[in-house]
Design a binder for this molecule. Structure first.
Ligand code: NDP
Length: 251
């Protein structure tokens, strides 16, 4: 991760679509070997084929539900392997909905994927990185970490989601301070509205109104990854505003 280092192995969670898919292809193009993590095996297999066709270094797929403690343990085991020099904690789910009505089990899953897994994978990887004298962790948060009460929703309906992203920001900034002076860097990326499957509520949440946002606005996932990888050496917080939700809806 420093100028004298060759790329090693990057573990990317949520690699089966959107921003994670983009991280994986971009890192492969830079010579990184990949460990791709998500639930949808067929998507991971398709990504692995694409990456190898483009001449990428090795690719492993790890089918896992990061909301399940058993599956998370397997991924933690891989993240603590002595070849993992970059962890991209990108997997995330939203759990939007009226707080008083939303399924409590869904909220627990949001916290498990967005907070517990991110923390556990960082904890698994950092000691080896410190021992080897190289490494980085990228945590994908959201601009909602700072402003979960912004429009367009008449009610925010995303207190827990925004809270998990606030955790990712504060956790990363505080850890960055602790790791200052070591060769290990941690970065938190805060994208604005991005055109991915996230707003379709795939599998997890039916999100009224969000399909419109997806169809009408949102920056490409590539913009998020470009800013993140460009900023990795410089700082621990990278905000990628793109369009605001309100601007996207107005388009
Ligand atoms: P996508 O829905 O396209 O991607 C989410 C990824 O997370 C998928 O690969 C999904 O894979 C994976 N994932 C979800 N749940 C689990 C789980 N339980 N276990 C393992 N993997 C899981 O959305 P984005 O690419 O947009 O989202 C990536 C990150 O960016 C998220 O953390 C999101 O909060 C954040 N973000 C997105 C914004 C946007 O506007 N799109 C804005 C700000 C932040 P699978 O279903 O195969 O498991």
């Amino acid at each position: 991760m420093t100028s004298h280092d060759a790329p090693g192995t990057a573990l990317v969670t949520g690699a089966s679509s959107g921003i994670g898919w983009e991280y994986a292809t971009r890192l492969a193009a830079r010579g990184w070997g990949l460990v791709l993590v998500a639930r949808r095996e067929e998507r991971l297999d398709a990504l692995a084929k694409e990456v190898l066709k483009e001449g990428g270094a090795g690719v492993e797929t790890l089918v896992a539900d990061l909301g399940s403690s058993e599956d998370l343990s397997r991924v933690v085991g891989r993240a603590s392997g002595n070849d993992v020099d970059l962890v991209v904690n990108n997997a995330g789910i939203n759990g939007y909905g009226s707080f008083a009505e939303v399924d409590p089990d869904l909220l627990t899953r949001v916290v498990n994927v967005n907070v517990v897994a991110l923390t556990a994978l960082t904890r698994a990887a950092v000691p080896g990185m410190l021992a080897r004298g190289r490494g980085a962790v990228i945590n994908v948060a959201s601009l909602l970490a700072f402003a979960g009460d912004l429009p367009p929703d008449p009610l925010p309906q995303r207190a827990v989601y925004a809270g998990t992203k606030g955790y990712a920001v504060t956790f990363t900034r505080t850890l960055a301070a602790e790791l200052a002076g070591t060769p290990v860097r941690v970065q938190v990326v805060c994208p604005g509205l991005t055109a991915t499957e996230f707003h379709l509520g795939a599998g997890d949440t039916p999100v009224s109104g969000e399909r419109r946002v997806h169809d009408e606005g949102g920056m490409p996932a590539a913009d998020v990854v470009t800013a993140s990888l460009a900023g990795l050496k410089a700082g621990e917080v990278v905000c990628v505003p793109g369009l605001t939700d309100a601007e996207a809806v107005a388009r």
